[in-house]
Design a protein around this ligand. Structure first.
Ligand code: PLP
Length: 236
C-alpha cells in the first residue's frame, strides 16, 4: 500500500522532472498539499513526511483542522506549519480566515481584502495574499477579471495588515498539454504585466497554479506554487 509519504515523494519527483524539462530550478516551485475533506491524522502523516504547507477550501473545516493538527504535532517537528485558504471567502467568514490562516489565495474583491486587513490580529504576521484571477473567463467561476487585476492588486497592496504575494488561478481542464500550457501562460503574462507596471512597492513573487492533473503544464508556464490534493491524499 502506498502511503502519504510515498505519494509526497512521487509528487516531488514530478515537480523535479517538470522543472528539468522547463529548464527551471526545482527550488523555485513550492508544493502546497491540499488537505480539504481529509482528516488531521493525514495531515500529521504528511508533516511527518516533511510537508509543511497545507491548503484548505472550506474555512470552518480548515480552522478545526488547524487546531487539531496543532494539538497533535510532535514537539520536535522542525519549522512552522503554514496554512493557506484556497476556497471562496464570504464576508461573514473573513474573521475566521484572518485569525487562523497564514495565507489566503482566493481574494477576488476589495471589500473582502479590506475586512481581512481590519480583522488580522496585531500579534500575527501580516496575512499573505494572492488574488484569484478568472484567467479563462469562466462565467460561473470566482476570481477577478484579468483586466481588473492590476487595479485590485494596487489597492490590496496598500492595505496595512496584508502582504500581496501574487496571483492564483484555476483554469478549466484543457484538451491537451499544449492547450493547458497556453491557459497557464495567460496567468504568467498577467503576473509579469502587473509586476512590470511598477505600481507595487514590492513585486509579487508567487504564481499559484497547477493541480494534480496539470502541474507539469503549470510549471512549464512559470508556476511557483502547485496545489496538489489527489496525488498526495487520494481521491475525494
Ligand atoms: C481541490 C483543489 C486543489 C487540488 O486539486 P487536486 O486535483 O486534488 O490536486 C487545488 N486548488 C484548489 C483551489 C482546489 O480547490
Amino acid at each position: 500500500m502506498t502511503t502519504i509519504v510515498d505519494n509526497l515523494q512521487a509528487v516531488h519527483a514530478r515537480i523535479v522532472a517538470a522543472c528539468a524539462t522547463a529548464g527551471r530550478d526545482p527550488a523555485s516551485v513550492h508544493l502546497l498539499a491540499v488537505s480539504k475533506t481529509f482528516g488531521h491524522e493525514m495531515v500529521l502523516q504528511a508533516i511527518h513526511g516533511g510537508q509543511r504547507m497545507f491548503g484548505e477550501n472550506y474555512i470552518q473545516e480548515g480552522v478545526e483542522k488547524i487546531r487539531r493538527v496543532r494539538g497533535g504535532l510532535a514537539p520536535n517537528v522542525p519549522g512552522p506549519v503554514q496554512w493557506h485558504c484556497i476556497g471562496p471567502v464570504q464576508s461573514n467568514k473573513t474573521r475566521l480566515v484572518a485569525e487562523n490562516f497564514d495565507w489566503v489565495q482566493s481574494v477576488d474583491r476589495l471589500k473582502i481584502a479590506q475586512r481581512l486587513s481590519e480583522q488580522r490580529p496585531q500579534g500575527m504576521a501580516p496575512l499573505q495574499v494572492c488574488l484569484q484571477v478568472n484567467i479563462d473567463g469562466g462565467a460561473t467561476k470566482a476570481g477577478v477579471a484579468p483586466e481588473e487585476a492590476l487595479a485590485l492588486a494596487m489597492e490590496v497592496a496598500r492595505l496595512p495588515r496584508l502582504q500581496l504575494r501574487g496571483l492564483m488561478s484555476i483554469p478549466e481542464p484543457a484538451i491537451d498539454f499544449v492547450a493547458c500550457c497556453a491557459l497557464h501562460q495567460r496567468a504568467k503574462v498577467l503576473f509579469d504585466h502587473i509586476n512590470e507596471a511598477g505600481g507595487l512597492a514590492q513585486a509579487m513573487d508567487t504564481l499559484s497554479m497547477g493541480m494534480t492533473a496539470d502541474l507539469e503544464a503549470a510549471i512549464h508556464a512559470g508556476s511557483t506554487m502547485v496545489r496538489v490534493g489527489t496525488a498526495i491524499f487520494g481521491s475525494r
